[in-house]
Design a protein around this ligand. Structure first.
Ligand code: ATP
Ligand code: MG
Length: 417
């Protein structure tokens, strides 16, 4: 994509009311737009990053047998009344609205109830189970605080998967499989080393659950990390009995701030019982389906990546999430040979499927480099009179700052590494 055609521009400063580092950088670089507190739009660059994260999550969910669908954002109170969660006391972040005739409806806050009711129409026998169903869908939550940029918003897309199993044992096997898939996802998006499977309380569903917490100073949670075992315990369950059960000692743990990037919950038969989701076992006996839920917020993940990997110059994207692989920066200064050479390299990259943002704008070199640092694409290729004279392009690694002259003939080979 030619940067001269990109309708967004970088900005010197973020809106004054924006306090979170992730949103400040993402707004300044042109990835997102702040519509109001806790509500952000994704601009072309931001959407590319979002889709890359979504792609990684989708691949890992498909690999463990997930079937993707999309449920509705308008929710029927009927199923929520059955589970007892329509009330604002049960779910304190509900957004609700009304039809013209005054009938109340909900805006999707989560999807256990509608999906359980839907699955009940298809599952009759043990032969129909287990099934794993997921979606990327918008949730609306009237969050009290919205000061963490895109990490906590009032409208956000969640990947939520729900498992439907015949027994507790079958459920547990999948639960562990999903936990491993989650670690793969966090590793692929560049957060593996600082993300810990974290023992936590179960909220409204069960006694315990597992969170995936990424170490981050801007995090809202406090966790206790066991570096050796690469696990952690959430402050809310940091007690002697819990530590004993996990076989860890207080002295081995380190307190840290963290962001919950994902979580997995055993649901038991709470929703299947409430919504009549049963199956016939081998002996013809009617039994309740055992469920679990598994969430990840791709935007929270994106915000966390910005929080933990950026530097004083701007964003630093890991390869698998970057909006483009290469930022081609042409320093022509009116020299038509440099323009022609830059155009040629841009075409070469495009023909070979290397996604490239091409800074073909007629602005000062200093401004181009500052923008490139802010936008944070992993590899920068510079074309100038100087690089042409030396027979190649200059490559700059955004993470390490290392520069290297690459002969023209080996650009493709070098980038495919
Ligand atoms: P939190 O305790 O942070 O409010 P939660 O327990 O409400 O999270 P879930 O409802 O289980 O979270 O959601 C699953 C995932 O969705 C979270 O792990 C997080 O990645 C993401 N998520 C939750 N709330 C938000 C939000 N307001 N904005 C962006 N992402 C969110
Ligand atoms: Mg919440």
């Amino acid at each position: 994509m030619r940067q001269s055609k990109l309708f967004t521009k970088t900005r010197k400063s973020a809106p004054k009311d924006e306090v979170a580092k992730n949103a400040q950088l993402l707004i300044r670089a042109g990835y997102i737009h702040k519509e109001m507190a806790g509500v952000y739009a994704y601009l072309p660059l931001g959407l590319r990053v979002f889709k890359n994260i979504e792609h990684v999550i989708r691949e890992e969910m498909d690999a463990i047998g997930g079937q993707e669908l999309i449920l509705t954002a308008l929710q029927n109170p009927h199923v929520w009344k059955k589970s007892g969660r329509w009330s604002d006391e049960e779910i304190d972040v509900w957004f609700k609205t009304q039809l013209k005739d005054g009938a109340e409806i909900g805006l999707s806050v989560t999807h256990e109830e509608p999906l359980t009711a839907l699955v009940a129409e298809y599952v009759q026998s043990y032969k129909d189970l287990p099934v794993y169903i997921y979606q990327f869908q918008t949730k609306f939550r009237n969050e009290l605080r919205a000061k963490s940029g895109i990490m906590r918003t009032r409208e956000f897309v969640m990947k939520d998967l729900y498992s439907f199993s015949t027994s507790e044992e079958e459920f547990r096997t999948f639960y562990e499989e999903c936990a491993r898939a989650y670690m793969k996802i966090f590793t692929r998006v560049g957060l593996g080393e600082r993300t810990f499977r974290t023992f936590a309380s179960g909220g409204s569903f069960s006694k315990f659950s597992d969170e995936f917490q990424t170490l981050c100073d801007a995090g809202e949670d406090t966790i206790y990390v066991h570096r050796g075992k690469h696990i952690a315990v959430n402050k809310e369950v940091y007690r002697d009995d819990v530590l004993k059960e996990l076989g860890i000692k207080k002295s081995e743990l380190e307190e840290a701030k963290a962001v919950e990037v994902g979580n997995i919950f055993p649901l038991g038969t709470r929703f299947s019982d409430a919504l009549g989701l049963t199956y016939k076992d081998e002996s013809g006996k009617q039994k309740s389906v055992v469920m679990g839920s598994y969430g990840i917020g791709p935007a929270r993940l994106m915000g966390t990546i910005v929080e933990v990997l950026s530097d004083e110059k701007g964003i630093v994207w890991p390869k698998d999430v970057a909006p483009f692989n290469v930022h081609l920066v042409s320093i022509a200064g009116g020299n038509s040979d440099v323009v022609a050479e830059s155009d040629r390299i841009y075409e070469l990259l495009q023909e070979n499927g290397i996604e490239c943002l091409y800074d073909d704008r007629d602005v000062r070199a200093g401004e181009k480099f500052a923008d490139s640092d802010l936008i944070g694409i992993p590899t920068r290729l510079i074309v100038s009179e100087k690089t042409i004279a030396s027979g190649g392009v200059e490559a700059v690694d955004r993470t390490t700052g290392k520069t290297e002259l690459i002969p023209e003939s080996s650009i493709l080979e070098r980038l495919s590494k």
